[in-house]
Design a protein around this ligand. Sequence first.
Ligand code: ZN
Length: 208
Amino acid sequence: MPTWTNMPPDAPRGYGLPIRRVPPGKPFVCCILSSDLIGTRTHYWHGRTRPCETPDCGACSEGMPWRWHAYMAAFEGMGHEPFLLELTAKATAPLVDYRNAYGTLRGCKLRAMRANFAKNSRLIIETSPADLTKLTLPAEPDLHKVLALLWDLPQSALVPTGQGGRATSTETLSDVTAKVRADDLNELNAEILLRRAACTLQTGNGKE
Ligand SMILES: [Zn+2]
């Protein structure tokens, strides 16, 4: 039975958020709504990005490569709907720095620009605190629920394990190390990223 109402709901899509990546060609500016990011290995498989579900992963069993992606809710300003921002591991490093400096990503103004017109070209990311005297942030979407809905997963599937674990602590240091090795090691920031990841995992989990 449908539930009829004579007023539109505050969240017309339920937990669903449209997913967006930084487009090529012009600077992309948004404000982060999530207090922290959440990341996992993903595969581009059967025409879409899916989380790696190792040790029982269809894409892995077909030998598909994986990439680590970070997700966070963001919006472009008042009057705009929130969306789910997807970033690669390298692009995420400045946000990890911001989170470690300010204790949260919520209210971080992100300015992203691609190095050239290719849609997967390197991202140049700048962060700064948004002027919250001029901007009212919408409520923080529940990233676990948003991603569970996006990927048709049980809602418990993305909840990090461990007391006080940050969302990022679902990744182990060896996962991040493997990711960095898989990337182009000629890029200087690979080593920097690894050090930052080690620091994040230590502070995030408290046990590693
Ligand atoms: Zn997999």
